[in-house]
Design a protein around this ligand. Structure first.
Ligand code: NAD
Length: 357
């Protein structure tokens, strides 16, 4: 198969970690006879420095005319005070919008060999943590009408939260379809005791659940979900929720594994194209030192193969290679433990790639 991948390396550690993911993808291409062609586009601060915008129109066209997008991370203190209209994150929101990326998938898996990195007690993690958060990405309060003003000498601000039926149905479908490929359980998270948007959300999810009788379905309130993630994360398989709840819960879930550098994510559109990126930022504090953990980006590349290119076997091979590498005791500094072998970002990428032969 031939696939064109747009690579947005971005800022900070972005270039270091995406290089390692490409190293691994190249090894997969070699082994399985695929051809991956990479098109590089500047995004975020590096694009602001060169072109005064966080992504150029040509760059955006390239994102729209490829099979998938691989992203490192954007931003850093150098661009914290640029004009809000051209901030680095603006480019990410623009790519999500232009590509219609409405579903954000964040798997949270505690690798058994890294169980000590989890802040949770052993008895909570002993049954493993393997859950997938499916977050609605293009609706809700982040995209609603905003208003700020002053009345009777007092300032006010408001953000509207609105959901359309079709937005709820399509994200629900992603969740149920994902559950069918996993342990067949969907937990739909809302605040239906308070919000009308949540009551509509629940109604649509219930209707959808009738189409998937094999999937065990439950409604969970968002506040209860926040507690359950700490108390009993093993009870969850697929969690589906709206934009803001998903933003908060997925960060909480990522900490269950103890290392932000390990976590991949996928943002999907209605077609096969997606954008794949680690969940962390550009880590300016460690940029340029070749010490970042590239595994979140490498696992994001595996998600790209699985979800956009229908290459499940190749994706499994990358995930197994990561698992083996950790089992053999190789660690970047962020996940280093006594008795293990500390390696650099590029060494970690090479060790994983070398397992694919
Ligand atoms: P961050 O995720 O970049 O870093 C938080 C901490 O985790 C830092 O100590 C960092 O060194 C560490 N860390 C992150 N990734 C790591 C990795 N792969 N290996 C080892 N350690 C890692 O979050 P932050 O410091 O709040 O943000 C830094 C910049 O990134 C900001 O400009 C922010 O706006 C931006 N950001 C970008 C994205 C994105 O591009 N999607 C997401 C979040 C933050």
């Amino acid at each position: 198969m031939r696939k064109v991948i747009t690579v947005l390396k971005g800022d900070g550690i972005g270039p270091e970690i995406t290089d390692e993911a490409i190293k691994v993808l190249n090894r997969v291409a070699e082994k399985y006879g695929h051809e991956f062609e990479y098109k590089y586009v500047d995004i975020g601060g590096c694009s602001i420095d060169k072109y005064c915008v966080p992504i150029t129109d040509e760059g955006m066209e390239q994102c729209k005319n490829c099979d998938s997008v691989l992203l490192g991370a954007v931003g850093g203190p150098k661009w914290d005070n640029v004009d809000p209209s051209v901030r680095p994150e603006k480019a990410l929101l623009a790519v999500r919008r232009e590509l219609g990326l409405f579903a954000n998938l964040r798997p949270t898996k505690l690798f058994s060999v890294l169980s000590k990195a989890s802040p949770l007690k052993d008895e909570v993690t002993e049954n493993g943590i393997d859950l997938l958060i499916v977050r609605e990405l293009t609706g809700g309060i982040y995209f609603g009408k905003r208003d700020t003003g002053e009345e009777k000498g007092e300032a006010y601000a408001s953000d509207e939260m609105k959901y359309w039926e079709h937005e709820i149905e399509r994200i629900g479908r992603v969740a149920f379809e994902s559950a069918m490929k996993r342990r067949k359980k969907v937990s739909s998270v809302d605040k239906a005791n308070v919000l009308d948007t949540s009551r509509l959300w629940r109604k649509i999810m219930h209707k959808l659940s009738e189409e998937y009788p094999e999937v065990e379905y439950e409604d969970v309130l968002v506040d209860n979900t926040a507690m359950q993630l700490i108390k009993n994360p093993g009870r969850f398989d697929v969690i589906v929720t709206e934009n803001m709840f998903g933003d908060i819960l997925s960060d909480e879930a990522s900490m269950l594994t103890g290392s932000i550098g390990m976590m991949p994510s996928a943002s999907l559109s209605e077609g096969t194209r997606g954008m794949y990126e680690p969940i962390h930022g550009s880590a300016p504090d460690i940029a340029g030192q070749n010490i970042a953990n590239p595994l979140g980006t490498i696992l994001s590349a595996a998600m790209m193969l699985r979800y956009s290119f229908d290459m499940a076997k190749e994706a499994d091979e990358i995930e197994n290679a990561v698992n083996e590498t950790l089992k053999e005791g190789y660690r970047t500094v962020d996940i280093m433990e006594d008795g293990k072998t500390q390696v650099s970002c590029s060494e970690m990428g090479k060790i994983v790639a070398d397992k694919i032969c």
